[in-house]
Design a protein around this ligand. Structure first.
Ligand SMILES: Cc1cc2nc3c(=O)[nH]c(=O)nc-3n(C[C@H](O)[C@H](O)[C@H](O)COP(=O)(O)O)c2cc1C
Ligand SMILES: C=C(O[C@@H]1CC(C(=O)O)=C[C@@H](OP(=O)(O)O)[C@H]1O)C(=O)O
Length: 373
């Protein structure tokens, strides 16, 4: 079993992560980890903070001469430009953790809460997730993501683009479908407008995972189901408010005869379509795993919402501090990383071994078995 924990505050010394259960003898490419960290820092709409930070993974344990040893791997990422005044936050921001956390932990305001609720912590999830990605790559499993909606500007280039319009449910009128490959330019413009208005945006991310073998996850109990485990991991990302698999909410408006993926046999079992998104009964079915996740608009607004001052109990405007306007592209890298963790964990549960060669032998033995079914 693979498990991980992170620690560290947004404006503290840095972030620490420990991941346990990665087999020995896996080549751990530091450049790859740092490149993943760089990808998370990108995207239009992020705050000045991303110009200050230059995330770099310092590997403290579990690796020798660039190969894993089977020991727990510890990674540290230093916080660089911690130069903002860390005052108390007594005018809590609706949508952030300030009020609920202060009440739950008996704090004067939200400072100690936001330091940990902040998505700064997701840098470490990406570092640890990249270790999981490197393990999955040994078995040709690759995870891709792209942003398909920002604040209602929707790209029609998604996994299911080739489905005829007849089969699409009527799109909400507030959604503008951009059939153009230049949809990114429209999205950037939308973010620019929101920034000018002192407002913020959310959006939709699509994740596609390729070459997943049949048989990860299990139908046999609620907490073994692969879709459930992915949903839990993805929903734990700050700001993510929903996830759906395959055709997503179109399941409600599509006839069963058109929805379910017919089974064919061509050397192995295959499907004529992939509306389920690669998972049936909590088990991967060998097709691409496809899901979408939905991020709410960033809670910190330059044009603040109404709140209550926790000291006076008077009506007030929510506190503003440096903030992103839109962080959907960054969240997509975090979503890839959380998906990598879940899949690597399921992979090790099924093909477990203490060293990579042992995991490979178990895996290829299973592939041989499948080829004879
Ligand atoms: C990559 C990333 C960056 C974020 N940046 C900000 C930000 O700058 N300001 C902010 O208020 N919220 C930001 N958020 C969202 C908050 O962290 C999140 O809304 C908050 O912790 C409350 O959690 P919840 O939205 O899951 O309820 C960001 C989220 C992610 C994934
Ligand atoms: C630091 C990161 O994101 C932060 C997430 C975040 C929040 O409230 O979630 C608030 C902002 O923090 P700050 O006020 O220091 O700029 C973001 O920059 C990061 O992604 O590395």
């Amino acid at each position: 079993m693979i498990r991980f924990l992170t620690a560290g505050e947004s404006h503290g010394e840095g972030l620490t992560g420990i991941i346990d259960g990665i087999p020995a003898n896996l080549y751990l490419d530091r450049n790859y980890i740092n490149e993943e960290l760089r990808r998370r820092q990108g995207g239009f709409g992020r705050s000045e903070r991303m110009k200050i930070e230059k995330d770099e993974a310092i590997i403290i344990s579990g690796v020798s001469n660039s190969y894993t040893t089977g020991n727990p791997i510890t990674i540290f990422i230093k916080n660089r430009g911690v130069n903002i005044e860390l005052g108390e936050v007594t005018r809590p921001r609706p949508g952030h953790g300030d009020l609920v956390g202060a009440l739950k932990y008996n704090q004067k305001g939200g400072r100690n809460i936001l330091e940990r609720a902040s998505a700064r912590e997701t840098a470490m999830r990406v570092a640890l997730g990249s270790v999981c990605k490197l393990l999955l790559k040994e078995f040709d499993i690759e995870i891709f993501s792209h942003v398909i909606n920002i604040g209602g500007i929707e790209s029609n280039l998604n996994y299911y683009s080739n489905i005829s319009e007849m089969e699409l449910e009527k799109v909400d009128e507030s959604v503008i479908r951009v059939a153009d490959k230049n949809y990114e330019a429209f999205m950037i413009e939308k973010i620019r407008e929101a920034k000018q208005e002192g407002d913020t945006l959310g959006g939709t991310i699509e994740i596609i995972i390729k070459n997943v073998p049949v048989g990860l996850g299990s139908h046999n109990n609620w907490d073994s189901k692969l879709d459930g485990r992915l949903a839990c991991a993805i929903m734990s990302i700050p700001g993510i408010k929903g996830i759906d698999f395959g055709l997503g909410n179109r399941v409600v408006s599509t006839l069963g005869s058109r929805f379910h993926d017919e089974i064919i046999f061509n050397e192995t079992y295959k499907r004529k379509s992939n509306n389920a998104g690669g998972i049936e009964a909590g088990i991967s079915n060998g097709e691409d795993i496809v899901f979408k996740c939905y991020m709410k608009p960033i809670p910190t607004l330059k044009k603040p919402l109404e709140t209550i001052d926790m000291e006076t109990k008077e009506k007030a405007l929510a506190q503003f501090e440096r903030s992103d306007v839109c962080a959907v592209p960054s969240a997509s890298i975090v979503a890839e990383s959380m998906a990598a963790y879940v899949l690597a964990n399921e992979f090790m549960k099924k093909f477990g071994g203490d060293f990579l060669e042992e995991v490979k032998s178990n895996y290829y033995n299973y592939v041989k078995y499948l080829n004879n079914r």
